[in-house]
Design a protein. Sequence first.
Length: 143
Amino acid sequence: MTLWRIETKIAKKKKLLQGLDERKRERERERERERERERERERERERERERERERERERREREERERREEREEREREREREREREHKIKREKDHKRKREREREREREREREREGERERERERERERERERERERKRERERETG
C-alpha cells in the first residue's frame, strides 16, 4: 500500500469517526433537549397543580364565607324576631296595665258615685226628718 492510500484511508477513518462523534454529540444534544422538554412539562404540571390548589382554596374560602354569612343572617333574623316578640309583649303588658288602671279608676268612680248617692240619701232622710219635725211642730201649734 502506498503512503497516499494509507493517508487516504486514515483520513476516511478520521472523517468516519468525526461523523460518528458528531452523531453521538447530536444524539446527546437531542436527549438533553428532550430532558429539558420533560422538565418544562413537569414544571407546567406543577403550575397546573398549584392553580388547582389555589382554585380549591378559593372555593373552600367562598363556601365558608357563604356559610358564615348565612349563619349571621339567620342570627340577625332570630334577633329581629326576638325584638319583635319583646315589643309585642311590652305593648300587651302596657295595654293590660292601662286597662287595669282604667278599671281601678272606674271602680273608684263607682265608689265615689255610691258615696254621693248615700250622701244624697242621708240628705233626703234629714230633709224628711226636718219635714216630720216641722209637721209635728205645726200639729203642736194647732193641736
